[in-house]
Design a protein around this ligand. Structure first.
Ligand code: CP
Ligand code: NVA
Length: 333
């Protein structure tokens, strides 16, 4: 079977996403109870980052070590991808040394080129277009706070950016509804929106905060200026001034709505200090869950789930007893 990547959610099924979330819950519970779970013993992870990071870097690195493996962080100044060598050649070389590659870069096309050239799984650690690892951690957080995903209304206030695209894709897999309130000119990518709608996603894009937030179980926001857009900060500060998550915005949603933010937060811009510090805000639970969700993704991609180990053991015993006659199949799952 060919290797699997996590580049976005497009080729992931609802069943797979739910299985990863269940695995994340299992790994989180094991870690909290100090139950060893060295499912990736001796495995290596290459981490190539072309943009800054706190959460993503630390959670992949710490997660890999907790799983019994090791991680090698590669900074942009060191690798100089596209200057010293092509992304394809980076991916081909890394594939000879490590078992998985995590990439944070600008263009989704760069990530996709790397995934095509790599012989090991490649994980999207954020591009200009998507941030799937964050949305997996967010879904895990919602399961903890709301007990379910299906039937929820997630309202996003802000820019139609990488976070929005991953949320819209997730809404095409799991039946929750997603509403974005954004200023004119900051709508999400039209092709992605059209594709997710075709997949059955219930998505609303509006310029009205009240419309997006009416009946919402979740109020989500993100920075107005994403990494790589710093040149545009003055224009964006003006364009987004009515799209702040403050007490007024919170009052437009359901009474028990939770507030989410992928962090880093720019207090006083997209969210007020008071809302970020309020008991309904679960931003630091989301940050914690990056660890557990990404551990699950890594275990899944390397087919090292506890049950699949049992399966493999059973299969290999069968194969050994059969091998006197013919060779057994080598199916991964
Ligand atoms: N949310 C998130 O991806 O944080 P970092 O940019 O710090 O990794
Ligand atoms: N939209 C933000 C997300 C940061 C986690 C960015 O791309 O900078």
């Amino acid at each position: 079977m060919s290797k699997r990547d996590l580049l976005n959610f497009d080729d992931w099924s609802r069943g797979e996403i739910e299985a990863i979330l269940a695995l994340a819950q299992d790994l989180k519970s094991k870690q909290k109870r100090s139950v060893p779970h060295r499912l990736l013993d001796g495995k290596g992870l290459g981490m190539l980052f072309e943009k800054p990071s706190l959460r993503t870097r630390v959670t992949f690195e710490a997660g890999m070590v907790q799983l019994g493996g090791h991680a090698v962080f590669l900074s942009p100044t060191e690798v100089q991808m596209g200057v010293r060598e092509t992304p394809e050649d980076c991916a081909r070389s890394l594939s000879r040394w490590v078992d998985m590659i995590v990439v944070r870069t600008f263009a989704q096309a760069t990530l996709e080129e790397m995934a095509r050239s790599a012989s090991v799984p490649v994980i999207n650690a954020l591009t200009d277009l998507y941030h799937p690892c964050q949305v997996l951690a967010d879904c895990l957080t919602l399961l903890e706070h709301k007990g379910k995903l299906a039937g929820l209304k997630v309202a996003f206030v802000g820019d139609g950016n990488n976070m929005v695209h991953s949320w819209m894709e997730a809404a095409g897999k799991i039946p929750f509804s997603f509403s974005l309130a954004c200023p004119k000119g900051y709508e999400p990518n039209r092709d992605i929106e059209a594709r997710v709608r075709k997949n059955g996603a219930r998505v609303t894009v509006t310029h009205s905060l009240a419309e997006a937030l009416r009946g919402a179980d979740v109020i989500y926001t993100d920075v107005w200026t994403s990494m790589g857009q710093e040149w545009d900060v003055a224009t964006r500060l003006k364009a987004f001034q009515d799209y702040q998550v403050n007490d007024r915005a919170v009052s437009m949603a359901k009474k028990d709505a939770v507030v989410m933010h992928c962090l880093p937060a720019h207090r006083g811009q997209e969210i007020t200090d008071a809302v970020l510090e309020s008991p309904r805000c679960v931003a630091f639970d989301q940050a914690e869950n990056r660890l557990h969700a990404q551990k699950a993704v890594m275990v899944w991609l390397l087919d090292a789930r506890p049950s699949s180990k049992v399966q493999k053991f059973k299969r290999s015993r069968k194969t050994t007893s059969q091998s006197k006659g013919s060779r057994g199949s080598n199916k991964r799952r």
